[in-house]
Design a protein around this ligand. Structure first.
Ligand code: COA
Length: 208
């Protein structure tokens, strides 16, 4: 368990595996104490994946897709539930309801992959994105991926908060309103290394 201080609330033990599951699957405890299951998406999840992206508000859709009202959500969902060697998508499930998705798509450079995340509107600030990305990093590290690349809009404060997670070592570069971030997956709760192995970077290193 990783103790974290939530301002004005106190210390909580969060986003740490509570029970070993089948490979690629884990349970985590969120900031509010609720246990959710993280697992790879499959074809039968497609309607839930579409619904999750549809219920993001306009600003959240813009933050995720860089356009308002993306017309291609079905196509995005089809890609996310597809199982292939080039992409991997994880869902967070609370009582079988999908509340968040994180995925990576391998880049031409075999050591790198593009990652993205979206959490259902009413489930923000519970630690869902952090838990998903840590688990995704664990999976990616086992598959030889060393870096996650992400393009984040500079005013996406919530995503910048996620990236500020202490211990995530990264490089970053601004290109107009977009922040290009490259995160070392071995520092994100694992990669293939043991969680909390002591390889900690300076808090705040991964976001401006
Ligand atoms: C950005 C997004 C994915 C974040 O998801 P989330 O599940 O709310 O993120 P988390 O809860 O894991 O973390 C958010 C931050 O709030 C903190 N937080 C969580 N609960 C908190 C609370 N009660 N009080 C204070 N801070 C809290 C977390 O600790 C974290 O900050 P930290 O890592 O610096 O500690 C979500 O807002 C979203 O889906 N946005 C739209 C899509 C998007 O922008 N995607 C990113 C494109 S790359």
């Amino acid at each position: 368990m990783v103790p974290r201080q939530i301002p004005g609330v106190g210390w909580f033990l969060v986003t740490t595996p509570t029970w070993p599951h089948r490979r690629g699957e884990r349970e985590v405890t969120l900031l509010d104490g609720v246990v959710v299951r993280l697992r790879r998406l499959k074809k039968s999840d497609i309607d839930a994946v579409i619904a999750l992206h549809r219920q993001l508000d306009d600003r959240e859709q813009y933050m995720r897709f860089f356009v308002a009202h993306p017309p291609y959500l079905e196509k995005v969902a089809e890609k996310l539930v597809e199982r292939s060697a080039t992409q991997y998508a994880i869902g967070a499930f609370e009582d079988d309801a999908l509340i968040g998705v994180a995925n990576y798509v391998r880049s031409q450079d075999p050591a790198a992959a593009e990652m993205a995340v979206a959490v259902a509107h009413h489930n923000h600030l519970r630690g869902v994105a952090t838990a998903l990305l840590r688990h995704l990093a664990d999976v990616a590290g086992r598959k030889g991926i060393r870096y996650f690349d992400a393009d984040v809009l500079a005013d996406n404060n919530l995503m910048l908060k996620v990236l500020r997670d202490p211990g995530w070592r990264c490089t970053k570069r601004f290109d107009g309103p977009v922040l290009h971030v490259r995160i070392d997956v071995s520092t994100m709760d694992g990669g293939s290394a043991a969680p909390n192995s002591g390889r900690r970077a300076t808090p705040g290193e991964c976001a401006p």
